[in-house]
Design a protein around this ligand. Structure first.
Ligand SMILES: Nc1nc2c(c(=O)[nH]1)N[C@H]1C(S)=C(S)[C@@H](COP(=O)(O)O)O[C@H]1N2
Ligand SMILES: [Mo]
Length: 331
């Protein structure tokens, strides 16, 4: 159900009614979705995945099926990173700063129930339940490279749809120039929220044309399954031509603004993490080179480092967004 803001004249359902009937309705909604086979994709709600597991595949998570994307650049032929590596080597500072911390600690994240508030400079602000977001558009699988600013990369088959689908729904106003992506910051379920590494919540931002670019993915799953908690369940962004930190996890709010958002990493160290943060082998991080990268899973003794590509290899798709800009100044 789409819970619209009451200022639009829509009324919030009683919260007691939501909690009392949540389990039943989620299950029913999920079964309906599965039966309707939305765009050929089986979509499971998080709330109901245990129920689904019992019904269809004992012991396994519900499968988030997605047809392979036809979007130019959205699927690479490179070897996909092992699931184990992609789910045990993570950055998710809300759960600790070591690469193994999120896999250890993120079991306390509560991806259900979940709502994402979309507001700011839009004609139709709304709170979307996870189920509504899942229904908004057909899911597709996109195999993207993701390049971390720290010098490593992975190749991950994400499942989701273009962020532009959601943007079109809320109808941004003419003066909306930027989009702010705000992650959940719940000290009860996220043990490192409150630590002083970052100013919480984790905030990221894009220019609106970057957010509208079809490659910008709103992701709900990976490897054909719902997102594991440590990878940003239940919904995150994936912006494949930018350093990994631009891809905010566990999003709860998406806000349209007329000013460049103050992002968490830019606030922490403006000289190290610019607003754009496009992958660029020619602009070194002040403390290390960005010319090469290590592909996770290939880090044996004789593993060659790979050359980092401008825009992470997506220049043909996104280069024109930055025509005429000095990429060394706007790093
Ligand atoms: N909320 C939140 N989102 C985040 C981060 C984080 O610490 N908190 N880390 C970012 C960084 S630095 C990277 S490289 C990617 C890692 O995503 P992955 O663990 O799914 O590979 O998530 C990004 N999104
Ligand atoms: Mo990163």
């Amino acid at each position: 159900m789409l819970i619209k803001n009451s200022r639009d004249g829509f009324i919030h359902p009683l919260s007691s009614e939501i909690t009392a009937q949540a389990a039943y309705r989620d299950r029913r909604a999920m079964l309906k979705l599965l039966a309707s086979g939305v765009a050929g994709a089986a979509i499971a709600s998080w709330a109901a995945r245990d129920a689904l597991a019992q019904v269809t595949r004992p012991g396994k998570l519900a499968v988030l099926a997605g047809a392979k994307s036809n979007l130019p650049g959205a699927v690479t032929m490179e070897k996909v990173t092992d699931y184990k590596d992609a789910t045990s080597y993570n950055n998710f500072y809300e759960f600790g700063t070591d690469k193994g911390d999120p896999a250890q600690n993120a079991h306390t994240l509560r991806p259900t129930p979940w709502t994402v508030e979309v507001d700011g400079l839009v004609k139709k602000p709304a709170k979307y339940s996870l189920e509504d977001l899942l229904k908004l558009s057909a899911q597709e699988e996109r195999v993207y490279r993701l390049r971390c600013v720290e010098g490593w990369s992975m190749v991950i088959p994400w499942v989701g749809y273009s962020m532009s689908k959601l943007i079109e729904k809320v109808e941004p106003l003419g003066n909306a120039k930027f989009v702010e992506f705000i992650s959940q910051a719940d000290p009860k379920t996220m043990p490192f929220v409150g630590s002083r590494v970052l100013d919480w919540p984790y905030v990221e931002g894009l220019r609106i044309d970057e957010a509208l670019h079809p490659l910008t993915l709103l992701a709900f799953g990976m490897y054909g399954e719902v997102l594991p908690n440590q990878n940003g369940a239940p919904v995150r962004l994936v912006v494949p031509w930018k350093y990994g930190f631009k891809s905010g996890k566990s999003l709860v709010r998406i806000r349209f603004t007329d000013r460049e958002p103050k992002t968490a990493w830019n606030k922490a160290a403006a000289n190290e993490y610019g607003f754009y943060s496009n992958v660029n082998p020619d602009v070194d991080h002040p403390r290390w080179s960005q010319a090469t990268e290590r592909r996770i899973g290939e880090d044996g003794l004789f593993a060659k480092k790979r050359k980092t590509l401008i825009f992470n290899g997506y220049e043909a798709q996104v280069g024109q967004l930055y025509a005429g800009m000095d990429l060394k100044k706007n790093f």
